[in-house]
Design a protein around this ligand. Sequence first.
Ligand code: FRU
Length: 404
Amino acid sequence: MANILAVGNLVLDTILITDHFPEEDEELRADRRLRQPGGNAANSLYVLSQLGHQTSLVTTLAADQEARLLTQALQQRGIDLSHIQRKLKGATPSSYILLNQQGGSRTIVHYRDLPEVDFEHFAKIEIEAYDWLHFEGRNVPELKGMLNIARTFCPDTPRSLELEKPREGIEALLNQVNVLFTGKHYAQAKGHADAPECIQSLRELAPQTLIICTWGEAGAWWQAPDGALKHVPAQKVRVKDTLGAGDTFLAGVIHKLLASAAPGEAVRYGSELAARKCRQHGLDNLLAPLADDLPLAKAEDISAAKATIAKVPGRDTSVILIRDKDADTIKAYVNNCPHQQVPLNEAYKVDVNPFAKTLKCSVHDAWFKVEDGECVDGPCLGDHLQPFPIRIDEAGNIFAAIDD
Ligand code: FRU
């Protein structure tokens, strides 16, 4: 566990989840609205605190109601706020975000009029108490002084910088950090066609820096000083929400580098964590196993002579698993009798007739074919059990394959 200090913006994110991206002048109704703390450094620190670190955010805070909400939320996220700089003028920075459910893209409109942290404020912090110092690459004149004192007073403490967008004069600061995070947004704004080209041009400015450049679903490229350029592809996942994926990646990399992992391992871990984030809304419980990562049962335990009832993790549903011995496959049905919408094992266990290849609802003795779930005897003759989608991995674990 390490002590990590990050300097950056704290933002109130208002997220509208929509089922498509609107046309200009369209009137579109959102399916859901979420309000949560945001800002790159604040997001990364939240992930780092879930990874077990002590985290502290250096940011400015307005004097409005939103600032109070954010303070509470950050405290709940385990982020220390003792180095906050209060500002009397200006409002809490806000982002209005459209999250397109088809593909999980996020479109951000950001508004801010709150001044950013100044050098004098930063200079009063006891930075010696931290094991890692991270800076958002903004506010160049103040950042210059911050990096300078960090390098002078804590030469051995790793410093990282996020270069999200081009900012005047920022290139002169790149050689002051050990780790530089950049990405497609910066690279394209600078006219680079791809990550390798971007890293090559940054290399001249920062010869001693580990440079990491992410490129969305194409993955991440990195290069250690004097090392070869390497690539880690992004994991293929069903993307639900990309908001904060880059901030999550950065946290994963810092976490591994703090544990003395090699850069390649750190980048790989950051990518895995970012992929994990893309599969869920928000950043909560990022390390908890996803419901569809927990197996329902082992294929070898499913027999043709006995019905196995398994609860679907994270859902209010159970399934019936049974082997279809003719087809040598496993059949899965929602554990719900079409006769009276009750679980088949409501009154007693689910009996199986392995010769007729049928199974019986314990409530009113309806018999269903294992092969296709059709009721062949009983009160709901001709009705069907509802098939339940499953997948079986190479190790023989059966998982729910629900797509929502
Ligand atoms: C995501 C994010 C949002 C915030 C915006 C600021 O990376 O930090 O939480 O509103 O970017 O640019």
